[in-house]
Write a protein that binds this ligand. Structure first.
Ligand code: AMP
Length: 449
């Protein structure tokens, strides 16, 4: 497996990655970064949650470090176009994070807020500009931005930009860029319109695709329990207390929820550890060692953190939250039933996540058996037709834009309009401390619908 050291990124970048707790490149990173470091154009087929931001950000930063150049007023060396302001802000945050040991001027531009600070941020020029197309064109039109010496253009979530009607804006922006540049296009899907756009923008591109898995292993017995969100902790306790559970991984969407679930289970006497991107590498390694040697029974993990879980005898996977990306379900439950063993995967589904369950069932091509004989069954969740929450930037897995640090450019931070974009998006379920103790019996084997 490729390591970040193999990719030979400049040291300040490698240091930032180590501090972020990134140990191995994700498949899209391992595939794309070497081409981008060579200066090739690239067509990347990858969804949110695959690590695609770092796949284009790290080589861009490497280039800035290895080819320093004074900035020209109003200009940018790297331009990332993104469909929404939330995504633009998150990309900008990622650049800031990965560039924490280098000097980087960066700005983020999007509509819906005053333009004054954005214009000011661009006045002296920036290394990296992340922008939504509409406002960018406005500011170019007003003479505040001049992209004639751009070196790298990235189109992120190109299919979404097309869906949102940005194709003409993109073409107008591209017409203002120098011909000799590196162009990178990421898209989750490849409809004809994206193919055409790629063909018109990219020169002899390398293609990197991360194919989402779509089938589940038959040896994994699956079940879903419909519950109210406030009963999820108690239901999780009920599940992990089952004596058949030897080692379990519990998945949450949010890092803070992972911490809370682990604290709750520990308070209930079940030895648990949370692992997620905010934990130091040392803490993660200790948690994994405990999980392997059996002293830790439950690992509570977010999707990305779970990449590092390579333990053969996970007897159960519990989805405290369903993933909003259906393929992640397949990844998650694939943590059990390894090495020829059987495994269990039980998901808790509340009213908000009901629609995600339908997506998952569509992907795996079968209905997941429903378990109803437990104390927390909720008809309301089962029959919910609620629209699922819109996650910031289009995806879970894009964990928590990091606040705090000084931004060298850009306008005000957009309101992170959803629970996906921050850690505090939703009131937590359950009441740690025991008054949620399940009354019911142990879950029995899932029954078919
Ligand atoms: P993205 O698909 O770019 O939205 O990334 C999804 C999440 O994965 C973000 O929270 C990143 O911080 C995290 N991430 C990206 N690459 C890695 C990696 N190699 N190891 C661990 N986490 C990563």
């Amino acid at each position: 497996m490729t390591s970040f050291a193999d990719l030979q990124l400049a040291m300040p970048i490698q240091r930032a990655l180590t501090e972020e707790g990134y140990t191995t490149p994700t498949p899209i990173q391992a595939g794309a970064i070497p081409y981008l470091l060579q200066g090739r154009d690239l067509l990347g087929l990858a969804q949110t949650g695959t690590g695609k931001t770092a796949a284009f950000a790290l080589p861009a930063l490497h280039r800035l470090l290895t080819h320093p150049r004074p900035l020209t007023p109003k200009s940018a060396r790297v331009l990332v176009l993104a469909p929404t302001r939330e995504l633009a802000a998150q990309i900008d945050d990622s650049f800031k994070n990965y560039a924490r040991h280098m000097k980087l001027r960066h700005a983020v531009i999007f509509g819906g807020v005053g333009q004054g600070r954005q214009v000011e941020a661009m006045r002296r020029g920036v290394d990296v500009l992340t922008a939504a197309p509409g406002r960018l064109l406005d500011l170019i039109g007003q003479g505040h931005i001049d992209l004639h010496d751009l070196e790298v253009l990235v189109l992120d979530e190109a299919d979404r930009m097309l869906d949102m009607g940005f194709v003409r804006d993109i073409k107008r922006i591209v017409a203002l860029l120098p011909k000799s540049r590196q162009t990178v296009l990421f898209s989750a899907t490849m409809p004809k319109a994206i193919e055409d756009l790629a063909h018109s923008l990219l020169h002899d591109p390398a293609k990197v695709e991360v194919t989402p898995p779509s089938s589940t292993v038959d040896r994994i017995r699956q079940g879903v329990m419909f519950v109210k969100s406030e009963d999820k902790r108690a239901a999780t306790l009920l599940l992990v207390k089952n004596p058949k559970v030897q080692r379990a991984v519990v998945f949450t969407l949010m890092k803070h929820e992972a911490n809370k679930v682990a604290d709750f289970l520990n308070a209930e006497g079940i030895r648990s550890e949370a692992i997620h991107g905010n934990k130091s590498q040392g803490a993660r390694e200790r948690a994994m060692a405990g999980f392997r040697d059996g002293s830790v029974k439950v690992l509570v993990a977010t999707d990305i953190a779970a990449r590092g879980i390579d333990v053969d005898d996970v007897s159960h996977v519990f989805n405290y939250d369903l993933p909003n990306v259906a393929e992640s379900y397949v990844h998650r439950i694939g943590r059990t039933a390894r090495a020829g063993r059987d495994g269990w995967a039980v998901s808790l589904c509340d009213a908000e996540q009901r629609a995600w369950l339908r997506d998952i069932e569509k992907l795996i091509g079968k209905a997941i058996p429903v378990v109803t004989d437990h104390a927390y069954h909720s008809e309301e969740a089962q029959n919910s037709t609620m629209r699922p929450p819109v996650l910031g930037g289009g995806g879970r897995g894009r964990n928590q834009p990091r606040g705090g640090g000084q931004r060298s450019g850009g306008g005000g931070r957009p309101g992170s309009g959803s629970r996906g974009g921050n850690e505090g998006g939703r009131p937590s379920g359950g009441r740690p401390g025991g008054n949620n103790r399940p009354q019911g019996s142990r879950p029995s084997r899932p029954r078919s619908k």
